[in-house]
Ligand binder design. Structure first.
Ligand SMILES: *Cc1c(COP(=O)(O)O)cnc(C)c1O
Length: 380
């Protein structure tokens, strides 16, 4: 964790709003993931935070990558640009999954020469892949229960277990190679039973597909969803890992490769934002602070990620319940209606919010003329 002293120093040096990325924390999270899930290869989901320096640190730590657009693919590809062609091909084959089940024709056309692993969940996509990226390997995306996840995904993606085997056989019939199955239990899944149900569904589809002749499948991609420790209600990762290891070993023989696509888990705790109080008012008897970062910027997760962030002040003092608003003129720019902050913060005082590394800066806009927060990368 970056100390409050260092945060203040950095903010004085660089100005605010300042998004501080702790690369030791990234390495620690990756190591934790690998330690507790030794059988699982971790593909960092780049969409959680696509900052190239973050991707580079995880690359150096040994991570693989989940990308969902051509620009994300190129951020990862940039790191291996100088490898000899043959090694590069092998690296992409082993370390990148293009995990967006829906891909535009043009994207598939660009992807084909890299022979990537791509996900799919419907017949139209099989036709497109056959036509524009016949050299891609396929993973069927299965729909699984997302009960209790902070961000639900099952209404947008995934073949039902009733149609999954047919879709695998159909792709094979078209001459494509189906390498395995993938799913996503929903982001910030604190209901660990989602994983158990998903793994059992996937094992059934896997078994039935093999029995019906889809013999080449060798991987199961258990997706993302691993919860970040935003508060004490989130059970430790090792408890989830214990459940996963038990189910994986029970359901899948050792020669089946297991992949995962952690996004939030790797990057959430590595980001802290420091902002400055730029306005203060009392409205209907309630204290209101205005800060120089808001929901169109680093706090975008309040809207897009259903994530409630909390502030802390560097200054200590008697606290009061207050609202914190962003800097834009839009009424939507409300970061929190119930913060507990010192009542005597002055204009120019700074506040900070931790665990804001995922789905935050990545979806910042330039709305109303306010640019995204400046980013600094630190090692402790
Ligand atoms: C967003 C996403 C992820 C990452 O999810 P987290 O909940 O951040 O771990 C992984 N896989 C796919 C297909 C995604 O869309």
């Amino acid at each position: 964790m970056v100390s409050t002293k260092r945060l203040q120093q950095l903010a004085r040096q660089h100005g605010t709003p300042l998004f501080v990325v702790d690369h030791d924390e990234l390495r620690k999270n990756y190591a934790t993931f690998r330690k507790y899930l030794p059988r699982v290869q971790a593909y960092y989901a780049v969409k959680a935070n696509s900052d190239p320096a973050i991707v580079k640190t995880l690359f150096d730590a040994g991570a693989s990558f989940d990308v969902a657009s051509m620009p994300e693919f190129m951020i990862v590809h940039e790191l291996i640009r100088d490898m000899p062609e043959k090694e590069r091909q092998a690296w992409i084959w082993d370390k990148i999954i293009y995990a967006n089940p829906i891909k535009a024709n043009g994207t598939l056309r660009q992807l084909d020469r890299y022979k990537p692993l791509v996900t799919y969940d419907n017949l139209e996509e099989i036709k497109k892949i056959k036509k524009f990226a016949p050299r891609a390997g396929l993973a069927l995306r299965l729909r699984v229960p997302n009960t209790g996840a902070m961000v639900e995904l099952s209404s947008k993606f995934g073949a039902s277990s009733g149609e999954a085997v047919d879709l695998i056989l159909e792709a094979e019939k078209e001459g494509l190679t189906v390498e395995g199955i993938s799913f996503h239990v929903g982001s910030q899944t604190t209901n660990f039973d989602n994983y158990v149900q998903a793994l059992n569904l996937a094992a059934n589809v896997f078994r039935e597909a093999k029995a019906r002749g889809a013999g080449k499948m060798f991987l199961v991609d258990i997706g993302g969803g691993f919860p970040a420790p935003y508060d004490d209600s989130v059970k430790p990762f090792r408890e989830l890992a214990k459940i996963l290891n038990r189910e994986l070993d029970r359901l899948f023989p050792k020669d089946i490769q297991i992949l995962a696509e952690p996004g939030r888990f790797l990057v959430a705790t590595a980001g802290t934002v420091v902002c400055t109080v730029i306005g203060k008012a009392v409205r209907d008897g309630k204290l209101c602070y205005y800060v120089d970062d808001g929901v169109y910027h680093t706090f975008s997760g309040v809207i897009f990620d259903h994530c409630q962030y909390h502030f802390e002040a560097f200054k200590k003092g008697p606290v009061e319940t207050c609202s914190v608003f962003g800097p834009t003129c839009d009424a939507l720019d409300v970061v929190s209606m119930t913060e507990r902050l010192p009542a005597d913060l002055k204009l120019g005082d700074m506040v900070y919010s931790r665990n804001i590394g995922a789905y935050s800066h990545a979806s910042s806009t330039h709305f109303n003329g306010f640019p995204p927060a400046k980013v600094v990368h630190v090692n402790r």
